[in-house]
Design a protein around this ligand. Structure first.
Ligand code: TRP
Length: 370
């Protein structure tokens, strides 16, 4: 199905549980900025999902509260522009709760239990029998986030695909049972595998704050450099002359995600592109340090403007909160409009339904003409 600009709307968001890292950047932030600037979309909504973060951080409200500003700073310094995108905070839109409450009637417990993300996270967090209901039902709340804005396009990581699937099912069910007021969203995934799953600097599959294997957007140049120079590479590549392996080699995965052809001209003119560099590494004769230095140059070049913008924004924190307040106000109006359509479709808009009141009157007083 092709749509023109008038119809395409983006919504996406992040849980404010920590500063954003380079995995967020290549996995979604960079793309969001391109989409925002592409002129292809009528609206772009970027949500800080604090209410969702609370579903599994109930003992940690302060963490969530503190990280709202961190995420907002990371957003704006990465290039999300409040003039072009609506940046808002989930908990400030009560309409989302109302939608969630009604959508809950459209989803079975068994279906939620089958949601692979929920299943996974229940295992990871050892929730087992003590899953908070709010956590268990967060896919439904996420469907509200998406549908409240009639989003057509949801740029996310691949771990979020089950959420999108569930949202589409809810939309389909709602539109079939009541009336076609909701829009079916599609996911927009990062363009290459490296971007899709950028590993931690230790080579572990996921970047996690608790593993200390993240490079943050706000890290200083020295922090970035130290993390890169100690990155996991190929344990069999002991001497420069040894043939090296690319599989599971974190430095090369990062190059896949960050490196562009022009970086070679600037920082490593002996090679014309990444394929050539990889071939040399595999043949042997190319040391890790040289590749890491190259990666460091690229990452510093990429992160420098983000860092500089962040420094500027940090000087005026109240105005960043103001951006979020205004964004939340604007978002709320849109969500309220959708909620009103939802309630009409469900016929729970009694006081706006003159026909209902007339019919009920007639039922009790058939002779009377009104
Ligand atoms: N679940 C998402 C994450 O953990 C955050 C999120 C909440 C979201 N609501 C959303 C993403 C709606 C896309 C659309 O990253």
């Amino acid at each position: 199905m092709t749509m023109d600009k008038a119809e395409k709307i983006i919504l996406t968001g992040d849980r404010p549980t920590g500063r954003l890292h380079v995995g967020h950047y290549v996995g979604s932030l960079r793309r969001r900025v391109e989409l925002q600037d592409s002129g292809e979309y009528k609206k772009t909504y970027i949500m800080i999902a604090d209410a969702q973060a609370l579903t599994d951080n109930i003992e940690n409200p302060e963490k969530v509260r503190q990280n709202i500003i961190e995420v907002a700073l990371d957003y704006i310094s990465s290039g999300l522009d409040p003039e072009k995108s609506t940046l808002f905070i989930q908990s400030q839109i009560p309409e989302l709760c109302e939608l969630t409450f009604y959508y809950m009637d459209l989803v079975t417990v068994a279906r939620l239990q089958r949601n692979p993300t929920v299943k996974n996270e229940i295992q990871m967090r050892n929730f087992e029998a003590s899953i908070p209901v709010g956590f268990f039902t967060y896919p439904i709340s996420q469907a509200s986030d998406i549908t409240a804005f009639k989003a057509t396009t949801v740029p996310v990581g691949e771990d979020q695909l089950p959420m999108l699937e569930q949202a589409r099912e809810i939309v389909h069910k709602f539109n079939t049972v009541y009336a076609p007021v909701l829009v079916e969203p599609s996911a927009l995934l990062p363009d290459n595998d490296a971007c899709r799953r950028l590993p931690g600097t230790d080579g572990k599959a996921k970047m996690r704050k608790s593993l200390g294997n993240c490079i943050y957007l706000a890290d200083s140049p020295d922090e970035v450099k130290n993390k890169i120079m100690s990155m996991f590479t190929d344990p069999l590549h002991l001497q420069v002359s040894d043939p090296g392996h690319l599989e599971g080699n974190t430095v090369f995965t990062y190059l896949d995600a960050f490196c562009r052809k022009e970086h070679f001209e600037r920082y490593l003119p002996d090679y014309s592109d990444l394929d050539e560099l990889k071939a040399h590494y595999q043949r042997g004769g190319l040391g890790d340090v040289k590749v890491k230095k190259f990666l460091n140059n690229i990452m510093q070049e990429t992160l420098e403007p983000i860092r500089a913008r962040r420094k500027e924004l940090e000087k005026d924190i109240p105005s960043v909160y103001e951006v979020l307040r205004k964004g939340s106000e604007a978002a709320r109006e849109v969500a309220a409009q959708t909620l009103s359509e939802v309630k009409s479709a469900m016929k729970i808009n009694y006081f706006e339904d003159a026909e209902l009141i007339r019919m009920q009157s007639e039922k009790y007083d058939p002779g009377k003409i009104r």
